[in-house]
Design a binder for this molecule. Structure first.
Ligand SMILES: Nc1ncnc2c1ncn2[C@@H]1O[C@H](COP(=O)(O)OP(=O)(O)OP(=O)(O)O)[C@@H](O)[C@H]1O
Ligand SMILES: [Mg+2]
Length: 644
């Protein structure tokens, strides 16, 4: 599965699908894709903050750390949310003052029935306005979180399509899914919930403190009462890094688990056939155990942290009740002042009870954000040069010139000193033992990996100097494993161009000798295939993938062992049909069976990465060597009864 994303991109992509990472931005096009709701709400908020939108356009978001890029693009929604929450809190700060006045009038005995009605109405009014403004503010901020999730997932997927095989060779698919699911969700939680509550808390604190200072409650009393709360920053600094570190460990373990799960699901058939379920269960349990252990460690520290903060809040309240109560009894402050002070302190500790939770979430998501930014930091190995050119591969020969290659991170050369020229319109056959470097050679032609400069060219032009879209549009590649998508047979064949006429699809299917088998599927061409095409036989899968390659009708067609899983008679038919179809067009055929490529204008025999022999079928048969030996063995096999 690891290679299939890049291979399927090569198997048939349109030029627009390959971008470089820097192309990506929080773009207007995204609204079109999102359609209705997101677009409308966003535009509405945007219309209030017009100038913010202009600023966004002038800044490309791609390449910057994820959250910074996001906030630069969407800060106005956030700002609007904060303003609503701020307004709501200003109203709420009025609450204790009204209640304090009420108490004072009550105490002085000057309270009339109409005044009670007046105060009640005032309090109801404050309540309604608070709920309304706060609700709108919260909606904005929750909304920003969801938009973040939406954009981050899109940006992530875009990034995945840019990354090359080298990246996928070292990262499991499950692990990558974990970024899409766990990490993005975790960051979104802190954006929505975290920022919502932080804003709330901070504003509530500020308004409470300001209102307290503005009231006639003595400063020294306020100072003493809020003393324990001042310890909070110290606790945050103390616990924060530990929580973050342990969260990182949890996220890593989650990634390992999804990776393991993905692999287990992919291999479930093999597991069952070999009856090794207990081993697989044990292996999977290990990953789950690791998560549990790390979670417990995280929960231990975060629970202490979360308990400490409300405790400090409660301490403040106790001091207020004791010291404030004492002063009120003394007559140093009025009863109204005492009630107001108690309410202010309560107003402060309600958000404090949540702040532990918030800081927890923030630290967790900082860990996730770091993981995401690391992932976005991965650069594509293959990129397009700034002045890349287009070349017509129906006119330019493919030239491989003294090419040697070792996979990145290894020193073993799997290709050594390979040279050949494939003129337009000719057919090249490549044969060789398994592991001799055939597929590797093709990967270099497709620029899945880059060869040394000048060693692989289109005419005189190094492949690096071609635009990626020109290269990939010019070559149709039928990979060895014949990967199919879980969509209809028709869509699998017309992968390169979903709008293609049915006739073209059918023609490709006929050439690949799969057309005859398609009516046996329930809905013919419209039959949905299971994931990776599991509902087809190996040979059917291979021929469908071959049809997909033929359908692209590119200047160069590369068949990498694409007829290995069919019987000899079908193979012969396919080869004849392909020859007819590709008459006058460049074709490379890799095969283990000589019968599949003996018609080629030139045949190369690869052995341990070197060209051991080269020539036409007849020339190669005439000299002693691998080719003649292979031919003899295969002839013998066919005489023994398989018949060809
Ligand atoms: N991604 C990779 N990283 C490191 N080595 C690799 C990688 N892919 C293949 N190899 C090694 O390169 C050598 C050539 O592999 P290649 O896939 O080109 O063989 P092949 O001729 O296509 O074999 P087959 O006929 O089995 O398809 C092998 O020894 C293989 O182990
Ligand atoms: Mg191969």
């Amino acid at each position: 599965m690891n290679r299939t994303l890049s291979e399927s991109i090569h198997a048939g992509s349109s030029p627009g699908h390959i971008h470089s990472a820097k192309d990506w931005r929080f773009d207007d096009d995204d609204y079109k894709v999102a359609g209705g709701r997101i677009g409308i709400i966003d535009r509405w908020i945007e219309s209030i903050f017009r100038f913010g939108r202009r600023k966004e356009k002038s800044r490309a978001a791609g390449g910057k750390p994820l959250l910074i890029a996001f906030f630069q693009a969407k800060w106005y929604i956030y700002a609007s949310g904060v303003i609503f929450i701020l307004a709501a809190n200003l109203f709420q700060a009025y609450f204790p003052r009204v209640l304090g006045q009420f108490t004072d009038e009550l105490q002085r005995g000057v309270l009339t029935a109409s005044a009670i009605g007046h105060y009640s109405l005032l309090l109801v009014g404050i309540g309604i306005i608070y709920a309304l403004l706060g609700g709108i503010g919260q909606f904005h901020i929750m909304y920003v979180g969801r938009i973040f999730e939406y954009f981050a997932r899109k940006r992530l997927f875009h990034h995945f399509t840019v990354l090359g095989e080298r990246f996928y060779a070292k990262r499991g698919v499950g692990n990558l899914l974990s970024y899409v699911m766990n990490d993005i969700t975790s960051v979104r939680e802190s954006i929505s919930m975290g920022i919502n509550q932080t804003t709330n808390t901070t504003l509530l604190m500020i308004t409470a403190v300001t209102a307290m200072l503005a009231s006639d409650i003595p400063f020294y009393l306020i100072g003493v009462c809020v003393l324990p709360v001042l310890l909070i920053p110290y606790i945050v600094v103390r616990f924060g890094p530990v929580i973050r570190e342990r969260s990182l460990a949890v996220q890593d373990a989650l990634g390992t688990m999804t990776e393991s799960a993905e692999e287990q699901f992919a291999g479930i058939r093999v597991t069952k056939k070999f009856a090794v379920e207990p081993i697989m269960i044990r292996k999977f349990s290990e990953t789950v155990d690791r998560i549990r252990d790390r979670q417990v460690k995280l929960v231990r520290v975060s629970s202490i942290f979360q308990a400490l903060i409300p405790f400090l809040g409660a301490l403040s309240l106790i001091i207020t009740l004791a010291f404030g109560g004492y002063l009120a009894m003394n007559g140093t402050i009025t009863l109204g002042n005492f009630v107001a002070l108690t309410l202010y302190i309560r107003m402060m500790i309600t958000p404090l009870q949540q702040i532990g939770n918030v800081i927890n979430t923030m630290q967790r998501s900082r860990a996730s954000l770091a993981r995401l930014n690391n992932l976005f930091g991965e650069r594509a190995d293959i990129s397009e040069l700034e002045h890349a050119v287009e070349k017509d591969l129906t006119k330019e020969p493919l030239v491989v010139d003294h090419l040697s290659f070792a996979y990145p991170g290894t020193d073993r050369e799997v290709l050594r000193d390979i040279s050949f020229t494939l003129k337009p319109g000719r057919t090249l056959g490549i044969v060789g033992r398994t592991g001799s470097g055939k597929t590797t050679l093709i990967k270099l032609l497709l620029r899945i990996y880059d060869a040394a400069p000048g060693t692989v060219r289109a005419g005189d032009t190094d492949l690096r100097e071609l635009t990626l879209s020109c290269l990939r549009d010019s070559i149709a590649y039928v990979p060895q494993d014949g990967f199919l998508f879980s969509t209809t047979i028709r869509d699998n064949i017309s992968f390169h161009n979903r709008e293609a006429e049915f006739g073209t699809v059918e023609h490709a299917a006929r050439t690949a000798q799969i057309a005859g088998s398609i009516p046996s599927f329930a809905d013919g061409y419209e039959t949905k295939l299971g994931e990776r095409g599991v509902t087809m036989s190996g040979g059917q899968r291979q021929r469908t993938s071959l049809a997909r390659g033929l359908m692209k009708d590119a200047p160069v067609l590369i068949l990498d062992d694409s007829v290995s899983a069919v019987d000899a008679v079908t193979e012969k038919r396919i080869i004849e049909a392909v020859r007819e179809e590709r008459a006058g067009k460049t074709t490379i055929i890799i095969a283990h069976r000589i019968s599949a490529l003996k018609h080629a204008g030139e045949i190369i025999v690869l052995d341990q990465g070197r060209i051991a022999q080269r020539g036409t079928h007849e020339e190669l048969l005439a000299e002693p060597g691998i080719y003649a030996e292979l031919h003899a063995i295969q002839e013998e096999g066919s005489r023994d009864g398989t018949g060809d």
